[in-house]
Every structure is written in C-alpha cells, then in structure tokens.
Design a protein around this ligand. Sequence first.
Ligand SMILES: Cc1ncc(C[n+]2csc(CCOP(=O)(O)OP(=O)(O)O)c2C)c(N)n1
Length: 315
Amino acid sequence: TGGAYDTVPEVMIIRGFIANGAPIVPVVYDEAGHRVATQYLLAVLEGAMPAERLLHYREFDSGLPGHPEKHLTPGVQFSSGRLGHLWAFCNGVAMANPDKAVVLLGSDGSQMEGDNAEAARLAVAHQLNIKVLVDDNNVTIAGHPQQYMPGYDLSRTLAGYGLTLATTLGEDLDALYTDLARAFSDTRPQAVVIKRPMAPGIPGAEGSPSAHEVLKPEIAIAYLEAQGAPEEAIALLKAAQPEKCPLTYRGSTGVGKNRDDFGKILNGILDQMSPAQRIASVRVFDNDLEGSCGLHHVRKQHPEVFVRGGIMERG
Ligand SMILES: Cc1ncc(C[n+]2csc(CCOP(=O)(O)OP(=O)(O)O)c2C)c(N)n1
C-alpha cells in the first residue's frame, strides 16, 4: 500500500529499542492516520488479530478503516487522522508517563497545521519526553510543499520551537539508527526530521502524491514481480476485483457530487466577473484538499485567484 509503509524503518528500529528494555511507551502513535496500514501490521505482529484479516484492509464494514479507530480494530490503541490533533494528545501521554519516552510519527504536511505549533511549545515548556519523528517526503495530497510553499523549512521551524533537532536520511538505515539512538538517549523533547521520497523504490509511485493512497494494482504487481515476491501474492492481486458498494445513496445520486460541484459553481460565479473585478475582490484558498472540495476546477480555470495554503484549518 505504498506510502503508508514508508515509516516502517523507524517503526522497526523503535520496536527493537522497546524489545531491549528501553523506557518507551509501547505505542507508535501516528498523526498521519492515513498511514494506518502500519498500525494494522503492528496489531498482527502483536498477536491482536490474524494476518488474514489484513486482506480486508479498507473493505466496507471490515473494521479496518482508512484511519485508526480505537475500540474498533483489535490492537489499535489510538484514533487519528485529523492532522495536527495527535501531538497535543501525546503531550498528555508523556505527562502521564514521566519515566518513559513517547513516540509520535509525524509528516511534513501536518507540521503546517497550526495545532502542531501549540503542542510543540507546550512540549518544550514542560520539557516533555516526546520524540517526534517526521517523515519529510515533500509530498502532500495537492502536491509538493517545496514547490507550492517555498520558504517553509521544516527543520528550522521545529528547531525554532526549541526542540532538539536532528535531520537524517530515512533510507540510510545506519544513519537512521544512529540518529534515533541519540534522540532516545536522553529525556528532552526532540524532533527527528527523516528525509526520504514518498514510496521509495517503487517505480511509478516514488515521489508521487498518488502513493499517499493505496497503490494501483498494476504498480504493486510490477513491483512485486521485480522483487521476486511469492507467486501467490501476485496472483491474488491480479485476480482482485473491485466490489460494488453495498450502500444506496439518496440525495445527489445521479445529479453530481456536492463537494465537486462546489468548485464548478464557484467557477460559474467567477466567469461572470471581469478579470479586474476577480483580481480586486476574490481569492480562493486551497488547504491541501482541492480534489475533495472541487477547488482544482478553480485552479485550472482561474489560476489568477487561486492560492495554495498548505495544510491549514484556521487560516
Ligand atoms: C486537519 C486535517 N486537514 C486535512 C486533512 C486531509 N488530509 C489527509 S492527508 C493530508 C496531507 C498528507 O500530507 P502529509 O501529512 O505530508 O502525508 P503524506 O502524503 O506524505 O503521507 C491531508 C491534507 C486531514 N486528514 N486532517
């Protein structure tokens, strides 16, 4: 499932630390809830559910949804998916466990979310033993932050809050191990910015925002074949067919999609204005959800009023 597994190297290194007795709360919190596949994998490794259940990942009503939900999936110990909400939560976990470190996996996109700034300040003010490991892949849903938000520097931002900071290379396992060992060697609040492309080493997915979602079967099949993966796994993917949604939708079925139409309707209003009027009085801000809100229609048709805001809820 592509990018969802990008953080596996740091997750496995930390599991090694815990297995060897390091004082770490044994939950790998992840504010990027869309990477929930790793949590399901951990639940299987911990014996909370059988491996076969992973075949029903994100299937309707399977209990393995696209974000972690505590009390729904066996072995899942927190809920997340609302970017920016989990750091503050983990501050509380750190306060409740003063003799242990708390691990929070982060992502570069969610560090733009203002809630993280507040949580970082609290972690520094109280010198909480929290380690924030940020997968800095320069990818969000709408594109590449270094292109649409030049000037924003994740390492400098986190250091600016007063966190002890290391920047490392996620695919250089020796460097990653050394930097993580150093981060966990004392009790200060620390951030480790881990640089790697999205979905490293997967042709057709590496570096692409599309790998944020489940990989397309043809990309996964080609990858598994190149890796010499077991025939059964490849055959399973080749035979997989999308199932029809068992739900019946009322409302706008057959008419259009409300969220997508929003952008089209905005375009209709903008079309009626003169270019000078548009420039003088309208700006359309995308919060990294342009495809979900139909704002990509505005970006294409009226780029003169379109602004990419990065991931933000309050701006
Ligand atoms: C508060 C909030 N706003 C928006 C979203 C929608 N959303 C889900 S993932 C994502 C961006 C993902 O970028 P990043 O966090 O860097 O993760 P990556 O794509 O690298 O896995 C957005 C905007 C959300 N989940 N929560």
